[in-house]
Write a protein that binds this ligand. Structure first.
Ligand SMILES: [Zn+2]
Length: 66
């Protein structure tokens, strides 16, 4: 079992970019992960990866990593 298995990981990706984006921290655009903290505690709740569009995109999707 992974140490951070309970954490949710969400990827915010452009859908109409010139290239496809993986739901992975290893995506070619080099997404930067941000810790998300639960409001009531200081515990890390999950991670959000914001992907970098290669061109201006209007369609974005937030999806949870499996
Ligand atoms: Zn990406």
């Amino acid at each position: 079992m992974k140490e951070h298995a309970v954490h949710k990981v969400v990827h915010i990706r452009p859908l109409d970019d010139a290239v496809g984006h993986e739901e992975s921290a290893d995506c070619l655009c080099g997404p930067v992960g941000e810790n998300v903290y639960a409001r009531a505690t200081t515990q890390v709740f999950g991670m959000i990866y914001r992907h970098h569009a290669l061109r201006p995109c209007h369609s974005w999707e937030a999806s949870a990593e499996m």
